[in-house]
Every structure is written in C-alpha cells, then in structure tokens.
Design a protein around this ligand. Sequence first.
Ligand code: NAD
Length: 355
Amino acid sequence: MNDTIDFGVFIGRFQPLHIGHEHVITHALERVNRLIVLVGSANMARDPRNPFTYAERETMLRAAFRHEVAEGRLIIAPLDDHLYSDTAWVTQVQRTVRAIVLDHGNHHGFQSHGLSDFRVALAGYGKDASSYYLKLFPEWENLQIDSQYGTFSSSDVRQRYFQRIPDVAGSILSTGVAEFLRHFMLGDTFRALLEEAEFLAAYPAQWGKGPFVTADAVVVQSGHILLVERGRAPGKGLLALPGGFVNPAERIRDAAIRELREETSISDGKGQIPPAMLASFIEDSRSRVFDAPNRSLRGRIITHAFLFRLPERRKLFSVKGGDDAAHARWYRFGDLSPEMLFEDHWSIIEEMADL
Ligand code: NAD
C-alpha cells in the first residue's frame, strides 16, 4: 500500500455550500491527491429544505474551488437519494466512486490499474455524523477533519434566507455562494419557494405536528402509472400519487380507495369503478408503510401505499382530475423522472412498482 491517500470522498447535500463545508474540503485536499465531492439529494424537486438543484450546487462548488476543479484535484458528481433503500444508495456511491477512481486514476486512458491499487478515504467532519457513513463503507479509510466552524449549518442559512426580507448569511458563505443567493432571490423560483416556506411554517399551528396517517394509491396499468398534478401548496405543480389523510372512522385501505376515486374519477366503459371492484385490484402483499421522518416538510406524516394492478389493456381506464388535484393523468414510467414528483413519491414508486 502506498503512503499517500489517492482519493478522498466527501458526501454532502450543500443546501447551500457554506464555509464549514469548504473548510473540510480545503483540509481534505491537503491530505489526498484528489477529492471526490458527491452532492447528495440530487434528484429531488425543489422545496424549502432542498431549494437548489444539483447544477446550482455544482456551480457553487466550482466557484469556491475554481483552481482545484481546473487541475482535476476536485471532482464533483451527483448522487440520487433512495430513501427506502440504503443498499441502492450505497451501491450508487460505490459505482460512482469506482468509475471516477478508475477513470482519473488511470489518467482517462487504458485502465491498467484496478480499484485495489488505490487508497480511498472517506472525509468527514464530526465523529458522530461520519461514523454513520463509515459503517456503510467499511472498505474505506477514515479521514477526520476538525473544524472551528462546527457551530452552524445550512439550515441556519436557509432559515435566514427564506424570509420576506431575505438575509444572505454573508459571514458564513464564500463570495460566489453569497452572490448566487443574492441573484437567486430576485427570481420567480425564490418567490415560489418563499410562499412554500411560509405555508409550511403556518402548517403546525393550523393542523398540529402529527404524527398523521395518510394513504396513497400506486395504480399501474400497461406500463403506465396514474398520477395527479397538485393544484395547491405544498408542491403546487408537482406530480403526486392519488392519496390523502385517513378519516377518523375509516380503514387505511378504504381511505386509499376513496381518495383514488375522489381525485381521479377512475372509470371503465360502464362508468366510475365502484370501491369493491377497485379493492379487488389491490395486491395486499405489496402494501407498505413509508415513514422516513423527513418525508414531508408539513410534519410527521406516515403513509401506507397500496399497489393497484389494473388489467393490461390497449385502452387505459379513463381518469379526470377531482377535488384538490388539478389534473389526473396516466404517465408512462419511461417519461417520469424523480424531480417531477412531490415529497418522497418517487422513492415510493421505485419500491412499489419495482423500478
Ligand atoms: P450536509 O451538507 O449537511 O453535510 C455534509 C458534510 O459536511 C457532513 O460530513 C457534515 O458533517 C459536514 N458539515 C456540516 N456542517 C459543517 C460545519 N459547520 N463545519 C464543518 N463541517 C460541516 O449533508 P448531509 O446531510 O450529511 O448529506 C448526506 C447526503 O447523503 C444527503 O443528500 C442524504 O440524502 C444522502 N443520503 C442518502 C441516503 C439514501 O438515500 N438512502 C442514505 C444516506 C445519506
């Protein structure tokens, strides 16, 4: 084994990048030949917790480390979330790192060196946070970076920023990031995120903090899935599974059927499909609880998803938008991408429809 660490790996969400992250990156770069920065939650629709796209966060990193990127010492890559499968997420990290190490380690040429020829270490700040990852990647060494900036976080930056009079936390952001935020707050996307943040801030006072129980319908037919476009906050304009809150006197399964009928008016040649017939399409062995604590910014919402497998047909059952959904429509699986979906609905579809 050689003395120097060939590749460091640093994983973060960087929503947004702040000088605490930059400190870790700078010091990691002193101890490794090349540092791979993996930008997590790359595939999500914007919301007040994940307001910036992967491309925007990559731009922030490039602005802060222009030379290191140009010299090929800092390599940036996206990482999608798989909320209900750490295995899928770990696999993706392993594959991404493997491809980068083999490509850069062999100077973009013939791959004469294999993965085991390189020393790889996981960079992190704070023993608690990174020990979680270290358990997921036992094959890598541990590169701990101490920081005097440990007291603040990206969520502080977001909290001060998403206000009627936005405050860009200039003292903990590098110039490029602060400039990006000042420019971003003038646009329509900022206004939409601010409205969403205000809606979410008011939510617990109106409805309580939960836990709430909801039901969602994953309805598939002939390579298509039935989704509704959300007509109002939160997530206005995003696609969602038909579903909603469970009434006090109903079973969760019945709530899924009721919401499906209300939101989509799903019909066959004889008119609206009655509840009992919809129930017969449910694959009970596939119903599942989805309970990631952060899955909704409204509060703790635990949902139960039911798989409705409709018969394969050349003509799909007809649907139209009902109550609070703007529009219900069948989507081909191949036309969907994660950032089109509300909250964790992409992850639910991935699990339930075996994507
Ligand atoms: P983050 O941006 O909050 O932090 C990134 C790193 O910076 C961490 O090591 C953190 O300890 C360090 N850091 C934070 N504040 C600091 C400060 N003030 N000073 C010095 N260092 C500081 O990102 P994160 O939440 O750790 O990101 C993890 C990513 O991995 C997320 O996108 C998450 O969704 C993803 N993830 C996904 C799965 C899955 O999909 N199954 C599983 C695990 C992680």
